[in-house]
Design a protein. Structure first.
Length: 165
């Protein structure tokens, strides 16, 4: 009977020692999963925001490259997509602002004839990920920022105001 108690105590000691290694490893894996989820979410949101920004009129109908301001239509369309996805109970915070750049090539469609806008829109978004367990303590950072950048060609056609084809 004494030998059985000794083996039982040894088993409990081995269990406690193994849990001291296994539990932190599992917590770090969960943190890494949140980091991967944040990076993937940001990439998908950035792609959708760039697609939305390219789906309408440009910010300025003139040839050249420029950063689009917050009041311009491409920026409004991109931020609208970001705000739609922003709601989350996860430890992820997608920044509501986005850097939107457009590049319009010549020839620019002239009024009243219209025509396709040739160019592209690039959108850059950032997400802050707050791992819930050990990674923050190990690395010494409260959050990790991930950036993503996608570009899409404009799909907008200036309407013909003359009424002909």
């Amino acid at each position: 009977m004494h030998f059985f108690r000794q083996r039982q105590g040894q088993s409990l000691l081995e269990l406690a020692a193994s849990l001291m290694v296994v539990v932190p490893v599992i917590l770090v894996l969960i943190d890494c999963a949140f980091l991967a989820l944040g990076a993937g979410t940001n990439d998908a949101v950035c792609r959708d925001a760039a697609r939305a920004a390219a789906g309408g009129p440009p910010g300025l109908l003139a040839a050249g490259s420029r950063t689009v301001g917050t009041g311009a239509p491409p920026n409004k369309r991109a931020v609208g997509i970001i705000k739609r996805v922003y709601q989350s109970n996860l430890p992820l915070k997608l920044r509501e602002s986005a850097e939107v750049q457009e590049k319009i090539e010549s020839p620019v469609p002239a009024a009243p004839h219209g025509g396709p806008v040739i160019g592209e829109v690039a959108v850059e978004t950032t997400i802050d990920v707050y791992p819930p367990f050990l990674v923050r303590a190990l690395v010494g950072s409260q959050s990790f920022a991930f950036k993503s950048r996608h570009s899409y060609p404009y799909t907008y056609v200036m309407p013909n105001a003359e009424g002909g084809p």
